[in-house]
Structures are given as C-alpha cells and as structure tokens.
Design a protein. Structure first.
Length: 230
C-alpha cells in the first residue's frame, strides 16, 4: 500500500488555513489541521474527505496546547508542517496609537508563537520535509516605502528574523524552510478590496512548496515563487 503524503497545518479553521487544507486534500494528501473551537468551517470538510482529514483543537498562543498536540501526534510524521496562525489589528495599527496589550497580543500571536510551535514540532517533520510559516511581503523592511500596517509589519518582520535565527540554529538540518507571502487575498482578514482570490493564491503556495521539496535552507518568497528582499 502506497503511503500518502501528510501535512500538519496550524491554524486552519477558516480563510487561508482552511483553503490550504482543502487544496492538499484535493491532491490526495492526508491532513492534520488545528482549530481553536469545536465548530468551524473546516469541520464541514470532514463530510467530504472523511478520515483523510484529522482536526485537532489548540490555541497557538498557549505553549501547553502545543505540547499536548505533540504528545497526541507522537506516532505521526509529516512531509510538511505549515504554521498559518496570525491576526491583524485593522485600523488601530499605528505604533504611537496601539495599546500595549494589543501590541503584545499581535507580537505573541504572529511572531513568538509560530517559532515556539516550529521548535516544538520540528521533530515531527521527516528528513527532506518542509517547515513553512505564513509570512507577508509587509514583513520586508526593504519593501516598506509606503508605511501603514505598522504594528502588523513589525510582527511579520520579527517573525522573519526569528525564523532566520531558527535556521541558523539548525543549519545542518535537511528540512526546507520557507517564509511565504500569500499576497493580498480576499478573506475576512484581507478584506473585500484585496487583489487576489483564494483560488489564485493557495494553489500557488502548495505548488511552490512541492517545487522546493528536498531543498534545504531558508527561503522568503511569495505564492508565485518570487524571492522577496528581507
């Protein structure tokens, strides 16, 4: 019996995370995906894909939840670990106006938690597998010529820097490491004015991960595979 490829997606209850799960499922993969609550849009996919989709509950900002997930997945290994969880503050995103509480919440969710998850779950990724995190072109310091989205930009820049440190700590590892910009996508977070549909973004992300399979080292690129400046 041929073994199916398997992906673990952290943060897949809706939006881009759910679309990633659906895309990999449609390609015949087994998917383990995490959500925060027991009733999400992702649960509807169970009726379509059956036991190829396993849904686990966790809060990305709670280290105990990550440890618990690792124990539940003790006998699993994955071709891809994809950390998608992230939040934005919307209009309350100027550095001189944001509350300390909101700033902390954004940094913990968007930067600290993904790296903690990657460090804790990296041993679940097989050799030559891929560890990817959903970043953004807004995290590029070099590309910030227009301002706006100040705290969100800072959180993604911090994420990128932490992932570079992770790559340096594990320089001899055989994983492919990726920070991926999905583009500006029409989701609840991206808004109705975004320039891309989910159908334009998500297949490109999955294609790029497939194309870089077995290629070690860290890359920062968009859904078209174009390298982004740090």
């Amino acid at each position: 019996m041929t073994r199916s490829n398997k992906v673990l997606i952290i943060g897949a209850s809706r939006g881009l995370g759910m679309a990633l799960a659906q895309e990999w499922l449609s390609r015949g993969w087994e998917v383990v995906a995490t959500v925060r609550s027991a009733n999400t849009p992702l649960h509807r996919l169970e009726q379509v894909f059956g036991n190829r989709l396993c849904i686990e509950q966790m809060d990305v900002a709670e280290p105990y939840d990550t440890d618990s997930l690792a124990r539940r997945l003790a006998h699993h290994d994955f071709d891809v670990l994809y950390v998608n969880a992230g939040i934005a503050l919307g209009s309350a995103d100027r550095a001189d106006e944001v509350s300390t509480e909101d700033f902390t919440r954004l940094m913990v969710t968007n930067a600290l938690s993904p790296i903690r998850i990657v460090e804790r779950l990296r041993e679940k990724v097989k050799e030559q597998g891929t560890i990817a995190i959903m970043s953004s072109s807004l995290g590029s310091v070099a590309l910030n010529e227009s301002g706006g989205w100040e705290v969100y930009r800072a959180s993604k820049a911090a994420l990128n820097m932490l992932m570079r440190s992770f790559a340096a700590r594990h320089a001899s590892a055989s994983w492919g490491l990726a920070l991926i910009d999905p583009g500006w996508v029409r989701t609840e977070m991206g808004g109705a004015n975004a320039t891309l549909s989910v159908e334009e973004s998500i297949p490109g992300i999955v294609n790029q991960i497939a194309a870089s399979s077995g290629r070690p080292g860290l890359r920062y690129y968009n859904y078209r595979g174009e390298t982004l400046p740090w």
